[in-house]
Design a protein around this ligand. Structure first.
Ligand SMILES: [Zn+2]
Length: 87
């Protein structure tokens, strides 16, 4: 059973938007809320640079609980687990 609000999200998690960062809505899963996370890329010399890990998000047509069809952003692990009813 999936719950969507107006933004197509399942919960009310607070989203932090960093300017110039990777937390854009197009890279956020509408089912599980998976979104880009930041960290360090560590070279062999231990020199670190900032980097982002982005989820594998695809835009798919989905049948919502009220029967309407909408294009939502879903990560591939939710697609593989069958959490989205494809239209
Ligand atoms: Zn997901």
């Amino acid at each position: 059973m999936l719950l969507y609000n107006r933004e197509g999200l399942i919960n009310n998690n607070i989203i932090f938007y960093k300017t110039g960062g990777g937390t854009d809505m197009a890279k956020r899963c509408a089912v599980c809320g998976k979104e880009p996370v930041a960290g360090n890329s560590v070279a062999h010399s231990k020199k670190t640079t900032r980097r982002w890990w982005k989820p594998n998000v695809h835009k798919v047509k989905s049948i919502l609980d009220d029967g309407s069809v909408k294009r939502i952003n879903v990560c591939t692990s939710c697609l593989k687990a069958g959490k989205v009813k494809r239209a």
